[in-house]
Design a protein around this ligand. Structure first.
Ligand SMILES: [Zn+2]
Length: 397
């Protein structure tokens, strides 16, 4: 039976990128290989294990009621070796010593396709397992026009192999151990934290329309240049988000596409993609209003027509108060400094929290950088996270 760090070292060789970092893109050869290794480790500790049709690796001890420990092992291109990974290995590590006579069964899960890098949709495996995946999602395609359905079929056999369904009514608690993806804990010098809630990730598109014109003959004062309007939107998003950050909202214009994009035509159409993360619905509504007012102003001052559409929207989530309290008491009982925080990035626990009592423990990220080979936790900090998780789950033995 390999130790936590032996498993970590072996997994880090799968999808190891020659240019640095790890690439186990969802449903890729490296992802499948990584999941087969996780299955092997689960079997070694005696979990009854399988990989379902979408790639979720599930291992189980005993019967209901259950405690769930899970995260993900797929990565972004050239990602790090901690994001998601430590949470899955923590589950296997804890399973090794989970008493066979425990009052609660244990389920360990490596959720499939948590990262949105390939299909533009995050947490696909956990959504599918909880009946939240809209049917048209199967037609989403990657940059090579491969659909999600085709990728899942080739890698894990869907629909011939069924998708595991989470026995939500029987789950008493779910805990995900995860690296903090920012630098809050590193700056504050706390090794671990309990997560109170997860900010809602939303993607909006804004289309601005002006008038095509000759870049030579059109006077500067007589144009409807959609790109100049878009530049105002980009800066407005930055300024407004800076003001709202302290209350709990961050937003980014992550893509700008200009039409027709040729040198001698005034741009008449610009499409912007905006990523918004807010810790409450009221913040989202306030931000939405500010953006819509900006579009009205651009119409008034530049003659541009603007429209905003929601591409994907999730509500902010509060994690289970009972699980948060359990983690708080555990951190105190171990004599560690207690800190709680909100997660800006999304996680499988956001999906789980809509169906069952879910909590998360963050481990300090010394580099403060994630989705990068620079992502880094010290072994001491990860071991401390493992100890908090293990101790917090003892009442379920
Ligand atoms: Zn993650």
């Amino acid at each position: 039976m390999p130790s936590f760090w032996e498993m970590w070292e072996t997994l880090s060789t799968i999808g190891c990128d020659v240019d640095g970092g790890t690439t186990r893109l969802a449903f890729s050869e490296a992802d499948v290989k990584g999941r087969q290794y996780i299955l092997h480790c689960m079997e070694q500790v005696g979990l009854a294990s399988f990989i379902d049709g979408i790639g979720n690796v599930v291992g189980r001890f005993g019967g209901p009621p259950y405690v769930v420990i899970g995260s993900h092992t797929d990565t972004v291109p050239q990602g790090g070796n901690y994001d998601g990974i430590i949470g899955v290995l923590a589950g296997i590590h804890i399973a090794a010593t989970w008493p066979r006579s425990a009052r609660h069964g244990l389920i360990v899960v490596d959720w499939s396709s948590e990262e949105s890098s390939r299909f533009g949709i995050s947490t696909i495996g956990s959504r599918a397992s909880l009946g939240e995946l809209p049917s048209d999602t199967w037609l989403a395609h990657d940059s090579t026009a491969t659909t999600l359905q085709a990728a899942a079929h080739a890698a894990f056999g869907y629909p011939d192999v069924a998708i595991w369904s989470v026995p939500t009514a029987d789950v008493k608690a779910s805990v995900e151990l995860h690296i903090e993806q920012g630098r809050e804990l590193a700056d504050a010098k706390y090794p671990v934290a309990s997560v109170l809630g997860i900010a809602a990730p939303q993607r909006w598109s804004v289309a601005l329309s002006g008038k095509p014109d000759h870049t030579g003959s059109a006077a500067m004062g007589n144009r409807q240049d959609a790109l100049c309007g878009a530049a105002e939107v980009v800066l407005m998003v930055e300024q407004t988000s800076r003001q709202m950050e302290v209350s709990g909202l961050r937003s980014t214009v992550s893509r700008v596409v200009t039409h027709p994009g040729v040198s001698n035509i005034v741009p008449h159409q610009v499409d912007l993609l905006i990523d918004v993360r807010a810790q409450s619905e009221s913040l989202l509504r306030g931000y939405e209003t500010a953006l819509d007012e900006k579009l009205i102003q651009l119409h008034r001052e530049r003659g541009l027509t603007g429209s905003r559409q929601i591409i994907s929207a999730e509500g902010p989530s509060e994690l289970s108060r009972d699980v948060v309290e359990l983690i708080r008491q555990t951190i105190h009982s171990l004599g560690l400094p207690y800190r709680s925080m909100t997660s800006w990035p999304s996680h499988d626990s956001l999906v789980l929290s809509r169906h069952l009592p879910a909590g998360m423990i963050f481990v300090r990220n010394v580099s403060g950088v994630s989705h990068s080979p620079k992502e880094f936790c010290t072994r001491d900090d990860v071991d401390m996270g493992l100890q908090v998780l293990n101790t917090a789950l003892r009442p379920f033995h």
